[in-house]
Design a protein around this ligand. Structure first.
Ligand code: HEM
Length: 162
């Protein structure tokens, strides 16, 4: 496989990973969370959410790392490191930031303390965990979609400093 072929493949894997991962976040935010909040009693909502979120978490752990690895490969192969210190390429930092935030949530916060934190919030007020989860998901989805839009535009010629 020549160099150009590996770049196409890496770009394709990068975008397929983004679609699966951010598409899943969009489904959880706009469909799953509202359905659980309207379909279950307040005592059941958190347990129901965690039941469904567990399978998506497994998928998201793979897809985030696929996106990160293919992104690093693209940066290395196309020698794009200069963009991290050149004005006009803030979307490169945004991609790395979104990757870093999700990697922290999926590999550190979720297995180590996030569920305990939600239980503690539930002890204070039954509805609090679902309110917090909804807000976090909207925040992450908005940041991710803005990053997708900026990266798409940036990779195809947009440079806001020129
Ligand atoms: C470690 C993390 C990441 C790195 C190093 C990285 C790097 C890259 C690179 C080098 C490109 C090609 C740019 C170009 O052709 O000029 C790219 C494209 C792109 N990336 Fe990332 N990326 C990362 C994470 C992400 C994340 C988290 C998202 C989504 C939220 C994302 C969305 C995109 C999109 C939509 C494109 C445009 C694809 C195209 O039209 O060719 N990337 N990324």
């Amino acid at each position: 496989m020549n160099e150009i072929d590996t770049l196409w493949l890496a770009r394709a894997l990068h975008v397929v990973g983004v679609v699966l991962w951010i598409g899943g976040v969009a489904f959880v935010t706009t469909t799953l969370l509202p359905a659980i909040r309207s379909g279950f009693s307040p005592e059941q909502q958190l347990a129901e959410f965690e039941r469904y979120e567990r399978s998506f978490g497994r998928q998201a752990r793979w897809t985030t790392q696929l996106v990160g690895a293919s992104g690093l490969y693209l940066t290395w192969k196309m020698e794009l490191w200069f963009r991290f210190t050149t004005p006009g390429y803030g979307w490169m930092h945004a991609m790395v930031a979104v990757y870093g935030i999700f990697t922290f949530l999926l590999f550190v916060a979720e297995p180590l303390f996030f569920h305990k934190l939600l239980r503690r919030l539930a002890a204070r007020h039954q509805q609090l965990p679902m309110t917090v989860l909804t807000r976090i998901h909207w925040l992450l989805l908005t940041a991710s979609l803005l990053t997708v839009a900026a990266a798409m535009a940036g990779a195809h010629g947009w440079n806001y400093s020129s």
